[in-house]
Design a protein around this ligand. Structure first.
Ligand SMILES: [Zn+2]
Length: 258
């Protein structure tokens, strides 16, 4: 955990500090070593939230995008089950940051527990996920221009797609600064890769979202989520496309939830 209570104050881990876990009220100790990111750990090593995973720099970078009071929010269900949401915004939406794979059962129980939620998945956890995703994005077919959506028969075989389908709540895969090309062109801005379900076929397709718009959308502004759109040469084409200008430019889309 990033935060614990020290003498009634919410504090980050610092060497030699002891605190109280906000979830179970037991004592926690600050772990400030070289190997792992500084964090709070329960005495006796037993974490009280079975859904909790050891935090990485990736988790912390994402949490830090949002206000401090939105990070690590206790959530208690009617049957008094308690969990710590990675981020919960001022509209009651939970953002779960998932670095390690989880079973479909666990995923479903979290979705039921939190209700309105969004997943951001660390795509860089496994090399094979990056390779499989790249195949889909770079060799798949564009099935719609606005939003730009990419489909490929390979999604049925790739682990990262199988693990995250079916989709009940929005799922975004984060490949950090990895560079991809869509139809030969790099996206004009950093993107997250949203997985979307096509209800008619049950296929999962990829819809790139501008990363900064995701932060605003989930954040204080509550702005619109901006998907990439494909701009094609005007009809009828009089000149051959000679390159130079990428055909993909972000454009604001009408406001929609996801
Ligand atoms: Zn605890």
């Amino acid at each position: 955990m990033k935060y614990a209570s020290v003498k009634g104050e919410r504090r980050e881990a610092q060497p030699k500090l002891y605190g109280i876990c906000p979830n179970c009220d037991r004592e926690v100790v600050a772990k400030c070593g070289q190997q792992r990111i500084w964090h709070w750990s329960h005495l006796g090593k037993l974490e009280c939230d079975r859904w909790w995973e050891p935090e990485t720099k990736w988790h912390r970078t994402w949490k830090a995008v949002f206000p401090q009071e939105w990070q690590e929010v206790m959530h208690t269900a009617a049957d008094s089950e308690r969990h710590i949401a990675d981020v919960m915004n001022n509209r009651g939406w939970v953002l779960e940051l998932q670095h390690s794979p989880i079973t479909p059962e666990e995923r479903l129980s979290r979705e039921r527990f939190y209700g309105s939620m969004v997943w951001v998945v660390d795509g860089m956890r496994y090399k094979r996920d990056l390779a499989a995703f790249r195949q889909v994005v770079e060799n798949g077919s564009i099935i719609s221009d606005s939003p730009l959506r990419i489909s490929s028969p390979l999604t049925a075989r790739a682990g990262i797609f199988r693990r995250w389908a079916p989709i009940h709540w929005p799922v975004f895969i984060d490949f950090g600064d990895e560079e991809f090309r869509i139809a030969g062109f790099p996206p004009p801005e950093h993107v997250l890769w949203q997985l979307q379900l096509v209800p008619r076929t049950g296929d999962v397709v990829v819809a790139p979202v501008i990363r900064e718009s995701f932060k605003r959308w989930f954040g204080l502004d509550g702005g619109a989520l901006q998907h990439l759109v494909a701009l094609r040469p005007e009809q009828p084409p009089r000149r051959r496309y000679t390159g130079g200008r990428p055909p993909f430019l972000p454009r604001a889309r009408p406001r929609r939830r996801f």
